[in-house]
Design a protein around this ligand. Structure first.
Ligand SMILES: Nc1ncnc2c1ncn2[C@@H]1O[C@H](COP(=O)(O)OP(=O)(O)OP(=O)(O)O)[C@@H](O)[C@H]1O
Length: 259
């Protein structure tokens, strides 16, 4: 793994500022499985000799790219191709087996779900979620009406969150998380929730974050969301980087491969 992070953040010849540098990234999961199903017959070559029940999944096999300021990068690929693993490696949640990930500031995964308590009201949860994002009490009171308006929950904000539909709580979570200007924002399928109108507004908010010097990564199975939100797309298949380039070209190649 590379030891020094300084040279990787030098601006390129066009003066663009790198914010995330991924170098030959490999991620492997070791999984203990119980039962006979995971024998040589079940998992074939994945089962290592002498380690009964332990198998290794090579989820990312050499991913390399540089993400710059103001980019919105879509990550696409079929189920199990390694998209979420890549996002987790960028946030530092999953360590690389080989290679390295450098980030110029702390990447934030869009989501405040963990900080919220379903038995409490939407309003109290705005306080909890915003505190978790690092806002002060004063900032929270300034943001509160905007969050409620964005989530369109004016009539429900004093009800316990557990009484919300899944779309309503998803809207509240997005509205809290997106109230912050993130430098590096990572969005994993969050746009799949909510109705078409809310999706449009969420996408607009993501574009705004990006325009304010943020860099956004978006994993989605919706090629429409990717086309509407991302200027660049990386396509991964079975852990292998297939393509990295302008969204239109990459999405077209991906869709053609699935015909
Ligand atoms: N925590 C884990 N432990 C073991 N294996 C894992 C773990 N997380 C993911 N994997 C495996 O790694 C591979 C990539 O999974 P990942 O979730 O990154 O794919 P994905 O592209 O996000 O999939 P999807 O589109 O279905 O969400 C899969 O084979 C999956 O089974």
């Amino acid at each position: 793994m590379a030891e020094t992070s300084e040279p990787v953040f030098q601006t390129d010849k066009d003066g663009r500022q790198p914010v995330v540098v991924v170098q030959d990234l490999h991620v492997k999961y070791k999984v203990f499985s119980s039962g006979k199903a995971v024998g040589a017959a079940g998992m074939g070559g994945l089962l290592k000799r002498g380690m009964r029940g332990l198998r290794e999944v090579h989820a990312l096999k050499g991913i390399t790219f540089v993400a710059y300021e103001n980019e919105s990068i879509g990550i696409i690929g079929s189920n199990g191709s390694g998209k979420s693993t890549l996002l987790r490696a960028i946030t530092g949640l999953t360590p690389p087996a080989e290679g390295a990930v450098f980030a110029s500031s702390r990447p934030n995964l869009l989501g405040v779900g963990a900080a919220l308590i379903p038995a409490l009201s939407g309003n109290t949860n705005i306080t909890l979620g915003s505190l978790a994002l690092g806002f002060t009490r004063e900032e929270i009171e300034e943001l509160r009406p905007k969050i409620i308006e964005f989530a369109e929950l004016e009539d429900y904000i004093d009800f316990p969150m557990k009484t919300y539909s899944s779309g309503m709580s998803a809207r509240l979570k997005f509205a809290i998380a997106a109230s912050k200007q993130h430098d590096i924002l990572i969005v994993d399928e969050a746009l799949a929730v909510g109705d078409a109108r809310f999706r449009k507004r969420s996408e607009a908010r993501i574009r705004e974050i990006r325009e304010n010097a943020g860099t956004v990564f978006l994993v989605s199975h919706s090629m429409k969301s990717i086309r509407d939100t991302c200027n660049r797309t990386i396509w991964i298949e079975k852990g292998v980087q297939m393509m990295d380039g302008p969204t239109d070209e990459v999405v077209k190649a991906y869709e053609d491969s699935r015909k």
